[in-house]
Design a binder for this molecule. Sequence first.
Ligand SMILES: Nc1ncnc2c1ncn2[C@@H]1O[C@H](COP(=O)(O)OP(=O)(O)OP(=O)(O)O)[C@@H](O)[C@H]1O
Length: 210
Amino acid sequence: MRASALYYAYGHTPVLSGIDLEIPPGRVTAIAGTNGAGKTTLVEILAGVRIPDSGVVDRRATVVLVVQRPHVPDELPLTAGDVVALGAQSPAARQQRGQGRRARTAAVAAALDRVGASELCPIPFADLSGGQRQRVLIAQGLAVGARILLLDEPAAGLDADSRARTREILAEEARRGVAVACVTHDRDDLESADRVLWIEDGAARLGVNG
Ligand SMILES: Nc1ncnc2c1ncn2[C@@H]1O[C@H](COP(=O)(O)OP(=O)(O)OP(=O)(O)O)[C@@H](O)[C@H]1O
């Protein structure tokens, strides 16, 4: 995916001031920068859930954005498995795997297994810890099977083993040809990424390993 000349302001406060970037397939791109630099705003624009003031995003493929663990009302009766099934029911997933219930159930089980969360499947999402929710949301993103996978600090709140597993999963996705971009502050994530895109003063520049 490519984006060019992206501008975005909250009210009169500019956040992105002419961003040009590429998120290439087959690579893990880490998106880094100080707190408030505009990383979340940028990935929301790349995913199409926020509209830039000006500029162009060229996606040409299905996109999924894994957000940071959302609050789910306790009265919403969704299990972890249901949350992942929302990803497995997306049009992109159905196109790849067919419409059948069996294929969907298998996709949910496989995605939960990849993040080491199979045992969480029947548990209400609202009852999960922050880190458990985050793993389920990563599984939901994987179940979509999108060709562009964007993640906003997926490792926030995860223990060391889960962070390492998340890094492995992103590398696996890139090896399958997926374009992966991951907002992160984690030093190990930055070192293991194929490329690092630094967001600073409203602009993006490639880091040394990119
Ligand atoms: N809804 C909003 N209304 C007004 N200002 C906002 C809003 N969301 C974000 N901002 C401001 O825009 C700037 C960029 O925010 P953003 O969340 O994109 O940064 P970030 O790089 O993801 O930060 P962090 O590393 O802390 O998550 C910040 O100065 C923030 O205060």
